[in-house]
Write a protein that binds this ligand. Structure first.
Ligand code: NAD
Length: 235
């Protein structure tokens, strides 16, 4: 059975992806800044730190074998008026959301190239489609992740590796509720539901279902795609 690593696997969407893949029989290791304890399958690492990423991959590889599936869900949001956005704040959001994806894909590729089979799914954001005021750094990073996805799909397709992105709309996770609590969403989640065609907020399981499909054998002819999971908010 194939082995997956899910980043951001301690919370929200990453947690739901890890649970979904385990329920389907995949062997799954997670990497998250907030992981604690000695479980070799739940590695504590900062995706912006290449040495930490390499160490975490090595530990999961030792426990489970070669890694041929990677879902990048680790991320941080950010809200700041552009005229007040300092470079440090800009860089931190770019570092986690974009550079983190660079590091984990590079760490995962040797096993995928060896196997001549691989699946990479990057969780970007519907804001990359629509733009979002006060989130220039976040939207820039997530847009770049979509671009990285398309480029790597072309580069890695001949080696049997597919690369796709899932940009969620509003998904009910700690990240969303924290932003709501700070009045940063331009309305409550309930108000956004009324503007969402399917009239509900997204669930982490909705994103996990899309990821489960994209990593399946059935999705082998799908690569370089940006599969919106947003209840129809962006079409
Ligand atoms: P979340 O805050 O519940 O989970 C994110 C996880 O990433 C956390 O466990 C956190 O510890 C981890 N993380 C953050 N920085 C890290 C780092 N440097 N190294 C390792 N781990 C790190 O948020 P979520 O809503 O589940 O978000 C998951 C992904 O989905 C993120 O990339 C986010 O940008 C994206 N997203 C979420 C929504 C939404 O509405 N919730 C919408 C669009 C995109």
């Amino acid at each position: 059975m194939k082995t997956a690593i899910v980043t951001g696997g301690a919370s929200g969407i990453g947690l739901a992806v890890a649970e979904r893949l385990r329920s389907q029989g995949y062997s799954v290791g997670t990497i998250d800044l907030t992981s604690t304890g000695d479980d070799p399958l739940a590695q504590a690492a900062d995706v912006t730190d290449r040495a930490q990423v390499d160490t975490a991959f090595a530990a999961i590889r030792e426990a489970l074998g070669p890694i041929t599936i990677l879902v990048n869900a680790a991320g941080v949001d950010g809200f700041q008026k552009f005229t007040r956005l300092g470079f440090d704040e800009w860089y931190k959001v770019i570092d986690v959301n974009l550079n983190g994806v660079f590091h984990t894909i590079q760490a995962a590729l040797p096993d995928m190239l060896e196997a001549q089979w691989g699946r990479i799914v990057n969780i970007s954001s519907s804001s990359a489609h629509s733009g979002q005021p006060y989130m220039a750094h976040y939207v820039s990073a997530k847009s770049a992740v979509n671009g990285l996805t398309k480029s790597l799909a072309l580069e890695l397709g001949p080696q049997g590796i597919t690369v796709n992105a899932v940009p969620p709309g509003f998904v009910d996770t700690p990240m969303l509720r924290t932003a709501e609590g700070r009045k940063l969403l331009g309305g409550t989640v309930e108000e956004h539901i009324q503007r969402t065609p399917v009239r509900r907020v997204g669930r982490p399981e909705d994103i996990a279902a899309a990821c489960a499909f994209l990593i399946s054998e059935d999705a082998g002819y799908i690569t370089g795609q940006i599969l919106g999971v947003n209840g129809g908010r962006n079409t």
